[in-house]
Design a protein around this ligand. Sequence first.
Ligand code: SF4
Ligand code: SF4
Length: 384
Amino acid sequence: MIEVFVKESAYDYAQLKPEIFNMIASIEETSSMRISAGARVLIKPNMLAAAAPDKALTTHPLVIKAVVEYCLEKGALPQVSDSHATFSKFPTVVQDCGIAAALKGLHVEIKELSDSEKVFSTRRGVNFTPDARFNALELSQDALCADMIINLPKLKTHTQMGLTLAVKNLFGCVVGKRKPQWHFNLGENKELFAGLLVTIYGVLRPEINIMDGILAMEGDGPGTSGVPRQLGVIMGSGSALALDMAVCRMLGIPEMSLATNKAAAGMGLADEFSVSGDMKQIENFKFPTPTTLLFGLPFAKTFFRNNLTSHPQNVEGACKLCNDCVKICPAQAIANDAKRLHFDYDKCIRCYCCIEVCPHKALEVYQPLAVKTIKKIAEVFSFR
Ligand code: SF4
Ligand code: SF4
């Protein structure tokens, strides 16, 4: 039985540091691994975009700092890395997220994940994948070569996947343009995308996972369209999957309503877990606008597809025509005529990468009436 540790916390370093130290020590005690002297430890926060910590887009720098200090105390060699989703330069992300200031003076390498290496899904025991394309992946060389991975997700909503937690955070180990390529290759199939995420998790299997849920994000996350929400909690586990399931329980949704948990169960990877600590029930957490209606149905094409499915649209008057969404769109479904954006909804695969990268809160999910009705029905039958 895997343990998930839960602790009420705050961004007060005098309080946070010993809490994170204790949590890591507890994970070490309940598993067979130890952070040892000389070990190369890859620390993988959520560094989605160049945004201040109070926006709740990224893992808080003090959480990262405490983990780095723990590694240094053990004589290990920590490296803080991610391959972020936006078009900001990596040093700008490090600066604006407050990571540079928090880690100043500490002996730690801060480096963008840039090189990839081919790896087979069986590397750490994934014997079944839901799609043959997942049997060999290209993942970050640094992540594959590290002696240990410490995964530091942020608790956030995610327009396409519902939530982005510990398993989803590892998608950052897919380097650069391969991320939108995967979105394009898998299209609108959320279940298949979840299978990819779980395969990546199964290949990397971070030994330690600490989730920053102190200032979390609700609403239409994970980008600037989400809304910060104080939950005041950190959670840790030796299993990213167990951690994600515990979060679902805390937020009051069925564990199998999260596509990655369901995919993991189908792949025989889901862990039994127990909670250690006081896990409070979070009331009225706002999940993203549902986006799954009618995907996959054969008639959901052209007119029906465009009128009965959710899709991205501009927030009136907010677009700065910066082109970030145009560049990230894996389906090349957005055009910019220098006056406004035009969406080709026949091409659009509803991955919502555009909303994720928009730095100006200028995109939102448009919900047709039929989707709103389904949402109401789902609420009545307490899916959320
Ligand atoms: S919608 Fe956002 S990302 Fe796209 S061009 Fe406008 S401001 Fe830039
Ligand atoms: S328009 Fe947005 S949601 Fe549609 S494919 Fe492009 S990035 Fe994805």
